[in-house]
Design a protein around this ligand. Structure first.
Ligand SMILES: [Zn+2]
Length: 397
């Protein structure tokens, strides 16, 4: 989920649907266990309900297209915003989203199953079911109560992104200029220890650099970045991982899951996103001055609409994602790279050829064309994440 939803002219639902994929890639997609660690379907369901067990053209994830693309394990993002946190709604929102995913599984037991352990993948995916695992984006729903970690673990949450767009009780955020804790908070250190004890993966996506370093240093199990691209391509964009941090994650046995959103993989879009953060901060400053002087405030929605007109989303191709994967493999090795698409979380701002869960064969076609062998493709598209998840489980025992 992105920090801001820029008004977007992209067509929803349209997809190349593997038109450019080779038969070999389509076949491999069906055979490989594909794991995508970040799909924002629960947020979509909160905004506008639909039945994701049947064709849902307005969403980027539904059962028919997951099957078509060969997607086996879809981490549903239980996302709460900094606003939900500040208005004390995060716990309620998170539980309601989990209910929505449970309802989806209950409605279609032949199409979906809830996945709580990597040990169950083979058995549960028999018959073509798509397995839904839960990842919580933003630790806000636990409030200041460590026992909530066990409660959400019992509901199926298997990773937690410690913070989102603003610093919270647990950690600083890459998007927040106010680095309140200079890393993790003292409470955040306890949170990581309790997640290790329970077997919940620690997710460092969205965190500030210091917080990523703290999380890796404190965690007794490998950590993941559930949807983080590499800063090498987007200089200065703290949301993406520096080479140093990606290497640290790998050194500890973890995995960097590459997202597909244009704002993360396209240098111009990442620069525009950063410029938008700065311009928005300036707007808030001006509005504070207007308020103090009794003048009318500038309208933020109008500002965002004009911004979107002035900064059109680049026409990014699938190659931008392949570049990220290639670079990551060279930097940290094929054992430490994966994918976390951010489908349904980036307002449709996705590269040509990689716009829905049906498009994984296009990604495989591109990886094969660039010389990745099938064994590495298996690891990158799912094997690595399942290995790390099993290691986190083992460390808990
Ligand atoms: Zn996100």
């Amino acid at each position: 989920m992105r920090f801001i939803l820029i008004v977007c002219g992209c067509l929803y639902g349209f997809s190349a649907i593997a038109a450019g994929a080779t038969d070999a890639a389509k076949k491999l997609a069906q055979d490989v266990i594909i794991v995508d660690t970040h799909i924002d379907a629960p947020g979509i369901l909160m905004e506008r309900w639909s039945d994701l067990g049947i064709d849902s053209p307005k969403a980027e994830f539904d059962y028919p297209r997951a099957r078509q693309g060969g997607l086996d394990v879809a981490f549903m993002s239980i996302y709460t915003s900094a606003n939900d946190d500040e208005t004390a709604k995060a716990w309620q929102v998170a539980n309601t989203q989990i209910d929505a995913i449970e309802a989806l599984v209950a409605r279609h037991p032949d199409k979906f199953a809830a996945l709580r352990s990597p040990a169950d993948v083979e058995q549960l995916r028999a018959g073509g079911r798509v397995l839904l695992a839960l990842g919580m984006e933003n630790g806000a729903p636990i409030g200041d109560d460590l026992s909530q970690l066990a409660a959400f673990h019992a509901r199926g949450v298997r990773y937690i992104t410690l913070a989102h767009s603003r610093s919270n009780r647990i950690s600083d955020s890459s998007y927040d200029p106010n680095k309140r804790w200079q890393g993790l908070s003292p409470f955040g250190e306890q949170v990581v220890a309790e997640m290790n004890r329970l077997g919940i993966m620690v997710d460092v996506s969205h965190l500030s650099d210091d917080a990523v370093r703290d999380a890796i240093a404190i965690s007794k199990a490998p950590v993941i970045a559930s949807h983080s691209a590499l800063r090498h391509f987007t200089p200065g964009f703290e949301r993406n991982l520096s080479d140093e941090l990606a290497k640290l994650i790998a050194k500890n046995g973890g995995v960097v899951q590459i997202p597909f959103g244009i704002a993360f993989v396209d240098p111009k879009a990442a620069a525009d996103t950063q410029a938008h953060f700065r311009a928005t901060a300036e707007l808030h400053k001006r509005n504070a001055a207007h308020k103090a002087a009794g003048r009318p405030l500038e309208n933020i929605d109008d500002f965002d609409k004009q911004w979107a007109v002035d900064h059109p989303v680049p026409d990014t191709q699938i190659g931008a994602v392949l570049d990220q994967i290639d670079y990551a493999v060279k930097l940290v090795g094929a054992d430490h790279v994966g994918v976390g698409s951010d489908f349904d979380g980036v307002s449709g701002e996705l590269p040509e050829g990689l716009r829905t869960v049906a498009d994984f064969p296009n990604l495989i076609t591109g990886m094969q064309a660039r010389g990745h062998n099938d064994a590495d493709i298996r690891k990158i598209l799912g094997g690595n994440l399942l290995r790390v998840w099993a290691a986190v489980e083992a460390a808990a025992k």
